[in-house]
Design a protein around this ligand. Structure first.
Ligand code: 4AZ
Length: 447
């Protein structure tokens, strides 16, 4: 069931000079008054029609879809598995609600990427007819842990979404380009998160663990979470999503992440919220936006995330710069670096230090091998001489005992030298193995 039958008036402005279709952003300014929205809503309640559009995959819908906005019934949404979180751990986490006719409904999550901008999913702002929610009715709750209390309330003033977010035109990968920028009415003091930049791709290669957070459903079809939740999930190879989802999964604009065995996942209502990757030395980068999936936490049905740190990251930086300019942000809130650089995966610095420490022992062990090799050569030579001296002494019958004693000593010296060389070679082999392991570990840690 939808909540309105008429589309809210929209103004789409396609940015000129944008570097290509995937970087074109449209500016959505609903001009509809709140009263008009209420009227449209009431009309819609009367004329409600079932949602059309059976697509091949279970399309992520607004958590409120199927329910009346403002009905007071919480949408069915939240993280499956995982654990409770506190907003202080993820202070950029936003909770988006839409406030219409005397009540509000939970919409989605989002991430503060700029004092005046929350990054979320484009699909969060559409109703089932693909019409944009009235932006002036979007509430942005920040600094909140509990689902229904605490934190500060901000309002959305405008929405910027990629022109090529177009579920119909992009079929079968209808959910591609699922990101949108919500501009806030007032600057927030909450910590922001940077989107992982082009030099930080090692943070989100398959196998890397990231944390997804939100107030979404605690199991498929279940209730929302009463507190912010977090779950650790690995990035997966694209095939893990192209397998179950086919062409609906677009590896250019979507990332696959989750636990293939099932049990841990994002779910309805987590949409738009952050998939954040830990960074060496502390902190996180935004590496995905909760977008869609088939059900929640089902085995073999991973979550699909907007690949915001991939091909789309250039658009993020460019769009924020455009927003700062077009919306005439003050200098204080302009030129904000929303894309990160130089961050490395956890353990990278330690693995580099270990690698640096593994080099000198190899050099020392090799020097010792060389030195002991020289000793073996000299001892071999001395033994030869001692043998000749013994032969000579025997032939002449003179100094046989002292020559024999020297031969005995030379034998012992060679034996010791050989032992020393063997020991040094073993040491060198150990050091070499440690260096190889440290090298492999550095590669695994740093990417
Ligand atoms: C949703 O409907 C939704 N399991 C979000 C994430 C996932 C599925 C559905 C991923 O908002």
């Amino acid at each position: 069931m939808d909540v309105r039958s008429s589309a809210p008036p929209k103004k789409y402005k396609t940015l000129r000079g944008a570097p290509g279709p995937s970087h074109t952003i449209v500016f959505v300014t609903p001009r509809k008054s709140l009263l008009a929205g209420v009227v449209a809503l009431l009309v819609a309640l009367v004329l409600a029609v079932p949602s059309a559009g059976a697509v091949e995959f279970e399309r992520t819908q607004l958590p409120g879809a199927g329910k009346t906005h403002g009905s007071g019934v919480p949408p069915q949404t939240r993280i499956v598995g995982g654990a409770a979180a506190d907003i202080s751990q993820f202070p950029w986490q936003a909770q988006l609600r839409v406030n219409l006719v005397g009540g509000d409904a939970f919409l989605c999550g989002g991430s503060v990427i700029h004092p005046l901008i929350v990054l979320s999913a484009a699909h969060c702002f559409l109703d089932e007819f693909g019409e944009v929610e009235p932006i002036e009715s979007v509430e942005v709750w920040l600094g909140r842990t509990a689902f229904n209390s605490g934190g500060e309330l901000n309002f959305g003033v405008s929405l910027w979404q990629p022109a090529n977010y177009n579920p119909e035109a992009n079929f079968p990968h209808s959910n591609s380009f699922d990101y949108a920028f919500l501009v806030l009415d007032e600057a927030t003091g909450q910590s922001r998160i940077q989107v992982a930049g082009p030099t930080e791709r090692a943070l989100w290669t398959p196998g890397r663990i990231a944390t997804v957070t939100g107030w979404g459903a605690i199991f498929e079809g279940g209730p929302v979470s009463s507190v912010l939740k977090q779950a650790q999930i690995p990035f997966l190879a694209d095939q893990s999503c192209t397998g179950p989802y086919g062409a609906a999964f677009d590896p250019v604009t979507m990332a696959c992440a989750g636990v293939l065995a099932g049990g841990t996942d994002s779910c309805q209502g987590d949409s738009g919220g952050p998939l954040q990757s830990p960074v060496d030395g502390g902190g996180f980068r935004l590496t995905g936006i909760v977008s869609w999936g088939e059900g929640c936490a089902r085995a073999g049905r991973p979550g699909v995330y907007t690949k915001i740190a991939g091909e789309l990251v250039g658009s993020v930086g460019a769009t924020v710069a455009t927003i700062e300019r077009e919306e005439e942000f003050s200098p204080e809130f302009s030129g904000i670096q929303v894309v990160g650089s130089g961050a490395r995966p956890p353990g990278c610095a330690a693995s580099e230090a270990a690698l640096a420490g593994a080099g000198p022992p190899v050099a020392a062990a090799n020097a010792l091998v060389t030195q002991r090799g020289g000793e073996v050569r000299r001892a071999t030579k001395a033994l030869k001489i001692a043998k000749k001296a013994v032969k000579k002494a025997r032939r002449s019958g003179k100094r046989v005992r002292s020559a024999t004693r020297r031969l005995f000593k030379a034998n012992r010296r060679l034996k010791l030298a050989n032992q020393g060389l063997t020991d040094a070679r073993r040491e060198a082999a150990f050091a070499g193995e440690a260096l190889a392991a440290a090298t492999a570990n550095r590669t695994a840690s740093c990417g």
